[in-house]
Design a protein around this ligand. Structure first.
Ligand code: A3D
Length: 320
């Protein structure tokens, strides 16, 4: 059986980390694409030279021409600019929308059957625009945010409880902004929901509230520490989990920005919800029940995404 082809559009901090992880996990051969000449070629060669040491087989090709992504099975998009301290994700919209137009054109021409994972911010609006520009079927394109936001919450919880991260599950839904929705009721340690753990004295409500808030601001915390860019290790790991579920038909249930067409009362928008990813892409959208408070938080988050989508339509009339 031929190896799968994985195209990474954007060979920056996340793109390079993705390329390394694809090799280490032997998910397939890699094409690293970027407008910067030399960077994708250099990173590809560097990682290929690590393969004999780590013992993995994968071919790496650096590219500056979209023709090289032809026939890709999976495409992960990180092209664009990241945040700097003091910037919100929404500040990136003008520049990154133009990038999505170029990337969408390349995908439409050379890899219209790929499963595409978008990471470029502001995530929910950029994946929406990328779907329009590329013409991909809605079930073949998703945005990565919920897996990362949930992983951050899981990390904080595992530290607080002093238990393995493996036994902590968490659910963060809604848009990938400061009003994302960490769902405490659906987050557990080995199946025990967080509100029960508060009752059992494992932590206090105040501490739990603080972890929820830290999760919401998790991206900004890293931006402020790094000063020159945004998080890349955990975002790359998160997108790889999504790609792996598609490539291996694992049918994992993961929170991702998926195209909603009436689910959760939302139409023609990408918003973070639990989905099943398998060989057909988005195979199911899971509609969980919200309490009144959760519903209000979710609707606030959706309204923020709607604002960004409206801004995209104003900047690029082709999207209206
Ligand atoms: P960075 O290291 O700057 O890499 C971006 C790469 O995109 C650079 O190598 C650029 O040369 C390249 N690029 C720019 N324009 C184009 C173009 N038109 N075509 C192809 N390549 C281009 O950034 P990064 O890797 O740290 O982050 C990439 C994106 O991911 C940013 O928009 C971040 O805001 C976003 N991000 C999202 C999350 C989510 O959870 C959604 C988390 C972290 C970062």
């Amino acid at each position: 059986m031929a190896r799968k082809k994985i195209a990474l559009i954007g060979a920056g901090q996340i793109g390079g980390t993705l390329a390394h992880l694809v090799g280490l996990k032997e998910l397939g051969d890699v094409v690293l694409f970027d407008i910067a000449e030399g960077i994708p070629q250099g990173k590809g060669l560097d990682i290929a030279e690590s393969a004999p040491v780590d013992g993995f087989d994968a071919k790496y090709k650096g590219a500056n021409d979209y023709a090289d992504i032809a026939g890709a099975d999976v495409i992960i998009v990180t092209a664009g600019v990241p945040r700097k301290p003091g910037m919100s994700r929404d500040d990136l919209i003008g520049i990154n929308l133009k990038v999505m137009e170029a990337v969408g054109g390349g995908i439409k021409q050379y890899a219209p059957n790929a499963f595409v994972i978008c990471i470029t911010n502001p995530l929910d609006a950029m994946v929406w625009a990328l779907q329009k520009f590329s013409g991909l079927k809605p079930e073949k394109i998703v945005g990565m945010a919920g897996v990362l936001d949930s992983a951050r919450f899981r990390h904080f919880l595992a530290e607080e409880f002093n238990v393995s991260v493996e036994d902590v599950t968490a659910f963060v839904l809604g848009g990938h902004g400061d009003d994302m929705v960490p769902l405490v009721r659906y987050s557990t340690v080995a199946g025990i929901p967080l509100p029960d753990l508060v009752k059992m004295g494992w932590t206090s409500q105040e501490k739990l509230d603080a972890m929820v808030e830290r999760t919401r601001k998790g991206g900004g915390e890293i931006v402020n520490l790094l000063k020159t860019g945004s998080a890349f290790y955990a975002p790359a790991a998160s997108a790889i989990a999504m790609a792996e579920s598609y490539l291996k038909d694992k049918k994992r249930v993961l929170p991702c920005a998926a195209y909603l067409n009436g689910q959760y009362g939302v139409k023609d928008m990408f918003v973070g919800v639990p989905i099943v990813i398998g060989e057909n892409g988005v195979e199911r959208i899971v509609e969980v029940e919200f309490s009144a408070d959760e519903k209000a938080m979710f609707e606030k988050s959706v309204a923020s995404v709607q604002g960004l989508v409206d801004a995209c339509k104003q900047i690029s009339p082709a999207l209206a």
